[in-house]
Design a protein around this ligand. Sequence first.
Ligand SMILES: [Zn+2]
Length: 100
Amino acid sequence: MPDALCSSCGSCGFPMRAPEDFAGSRLDSPYCSTCARPSGQLLPFDEVLAANAAYLAREQGLHPDAAERMALALLLSMPAWRDTRAERHPASIPARRPGS
Ligand SMILES: [Zn+2]
């Protein structure tokens, strides 16, 4: 196994260095504190997407729409969302609200 302190989030790619970067501050968590609950359970895709889009908009000053597109492309390239990729395509963000 690679050094846990050199790992990055399997959901968003965020480099996790400090214990508080890990979900629940547990160094064996594969996900960061943004993408997973303290229990280590991965959050729903829409919540992770919203959190990452908000982060990009805030940190890089992106327009919210651009930030969401960037976050969507990023997440869909990550192993945690391999199955989600078949349903979502970065080129066509669905306008519908799922499970209305
Ligand atoms: Zn993450």
